[in-house]
Ligand binder design. Structure first.
Ligand code: ARG
Length: 545
């Protein structure tokens, strides 16, 4: 659906639509609000019918209209948009019970760029789903199972690591142990053998989980610190180990009961799906990533009774989720129908001073440090705003917006210079816009009026700002149904243009106070849209920088 305002004329606003349904919806919305007040609201509505041939548009009465024009009374339009001080949420709500699995890093392995994208995109989807009044449950499904954890366990024992040491920076310590032991395993086959055995023993319950609980605890604590920095929280932390071979009986019962699972004759349990044979249980009865995901999915369906189960995971796992959903279709069609893999492309070239391995904290630290240097150099910086918190927020904003402005499925190259630029389309620019709008509101000495008086708002630039503001709900709706944050990010960049023009062209101070107040109302409405937009994107709006 798209609503485009092509031209603005002073006494009328001409709306130009690409899609007839969107046009009718929009116009009806306006019309319905004003049907009791039948003043010449809908001045004219005409549908121009075009036919596209070789890129040239021909008039053709036979085909569906692809352009529809309507003229709306400018005053009523402006009044309508500005009189609702908070963005309208009543128009489109679609309450559903949505569960989102995102971030979901692995213990002992670093939080890589893919997890960063999952975290940022997943949080956006959660926020926008909540905005449209859905019930949202955010799950972080941590990887803590599989042979690599046997390796980690072997390393922990071998190196005699005291778990209390893990309190400072457990993620890095565990990762280093994992890397060292893995290297050892490459040259010494017995290490891998022992690690496998270790894992299989804990999975079969022949050896107790011992330190696992402690490791999980410190890991969550550490992760929470980073999530807090990003303003993200989860409703539930789940573990792959919750679905070990002793815990997946419900799954096996369903698979066996419905004759979906077979033995391969060599001790493995397999399922045939998508012309492939996939293993569900290995010959030593240990589980795989897929079997754990199947069991977890059944469990979630039972627990949350979701309408939608969204997995925010990179493109590389496309096959995994296709197989997961296909098998689930045979076990429980309704459950499978709600599932969707929200895929995203790779980030290339993300690294920090500490090397190529990405630890989220390092990325955020680096962003903060770079922002600090930049702020210090800039003559525009307010000294009161040169604090740690502001630099941290600016750094995270830059990283988040840089990610969300890309189409989700596209791979992109991470370049610090682009991320932190204050010109061009960056998060810094959006924060700056919000601060500038706030500072105007705070320092102009006027109060935002309750009622809009469109007769005072005659300038063309006001029409352009209001025309952009009017699209906000539609933009959010599209961003929501397509799970595409870039629709919202790019809208905010576009909105910034007429707002900045309005800053340059119209004054608030030293003009008649009623006029100043009406202009302030336009700036204020614009600020609320920028603020709401940033919050949905997962960014904390700044008030001073
Ligand atoms: N831990 C996995 C990884 O890092 C991602 C998990 C995604 N969620 C899931 N239910 N499979 O690759």
């Amino acid at each position: 659906m798209s609503l485009r305002l092509k031209t603005l004329v002073l006494d009328k606003i001409r709306l130009h639509y690409e899609d007839k349904r969107a046009a009718v919806n929009n116009i009806t919305n306006f019309y319905v609000s004003y049907k009791h007040n039948k003043s010449n609201f809908l001045v004219q509505m005409s549908s121009k019918i075009y036919h596209k041939k070789n890129g040239v548009k021909y008039k053709d009465t036979e085909c569906k209209p692809d352009v529809l024009e309507a003229y709306i009374d400018r005053d009523i339009f402006i009044e309508n948009v500005l009189n609702k001080t908070s963005p309208d949420q009543s128009a489109k709500t679609c309450p559903m019970n949505i569960v989102i699995d995102f971030s979901s890093p692995n213990i002992a392995k670093p939080f890589h760029a893919g997890h960063l994208r999952s975290t940022i995109i997943g949080n956006f989807i959660a926020n926008i789903s909540k905005y449209f009044k859905n019930r949202v449950t955010k799950i972080n499904y941590l990887g803590d199972w599989g042979t690599q954890f046997g390796i980690l366990q072997y390393g922990l024992q071998n190196k005699n690591i005291d778990l209390d040491e893990l309190k400072n920076d457990p993620i890095k310590i565990l990762y280093n142990i994992y890397v060292d032991t893995n290297k050892q395993a490459l040259t010494d086959a017995s290490v891998l053998e022992k690690a496998r055995k270790y894992f299989s023993d804990i999975e079969q319950g022949n050896s107790d989980l011992g330190n696992w609980r402690k490791i999980k605890e410190v890991t969550i604590k550490e992760l929470q610190k980073v999530y807090e920095r990003l303003g993200i929280n989860f409703d539930d932390y789940h573990w792959e180990s919750d679905y070990n071979s002793r815990a997946i009986n419900t799954l096996l019962d369903s698979l066996e009961g419905q004759n979906i699972i077979e033995s391969d004759g060599m001790g493995k349990k397999i399922v045939r799906v998508r012309d492939k044979t996939v293993t569900i249980l290995k010959s030593d009865n240990s589980t795989l990533y897929l079997s754990r995901d199947l069991a977890a999915l059944l469990d979630r369906y039972e627990k949350y009774k979701f309408d939608k189960m969204l997995y925010v995971v990179d493109n590389a796992q496309t096959d995994h989720f296709a197989v997961l959903f296909d098998i689930m279709k045979r076990i429980n069609q309704n459950c499978a129908d709600g599932c969707q893999h929200i895929k995203f492309g790779r980030i290339k070239g993300m690294s920090t001073r500490t090397g190529n391995v990405v630890f989220l904290n390092d990325i955020l630290d680096e962003a903060k440090k770079k922002m600090h240097d930049k702020q210090e150099k800039s003559k525009n910086t307010r000294s009161s705003a040169m604090n740690d918190q502001t630099c941290d927020t600016l750094g995270t904003t830059a990283v988040i917006i840089n990610d969300l402005k890309q189409r989700r499925q596209k791979d992109y190259v991470f370049e610090w210079d682009k991320v932190l630029q204050s010109e061009g389309d960056s998060g810094i620019k959006l924060q700056y816009l919000h601060c500038r709008l706030w500072s105007l509101e705070k320092n102009c000495g006027l109060t935002v009026p309750d009622v809009c008086e469109p007769k005072l708002l005659t300038e063309e630039v006001v029409g352009e700002v209001v025309a952009e503001l009017a699209k906000f709900e539609n933009i959010l709706y599209r961003a929501h149904i397509e799970y595409e944050a870039c629709i919202l990010v790019n809208y905010l960049f576009r909105l910034a243009k007429p707002i900045n023009r309005m800053f340059n062209e119209l004054r608030i101070k030293n003009v008649d106070s009623d006029l100043g107040a009406q202009r302030l109302l336009v700036f204020h409405s614009a600020r609320l849209v920028v603020k709401t937009g940033l919050e949905i994107l997962g960014v904390k709006p700044l008030y001073e920088m």
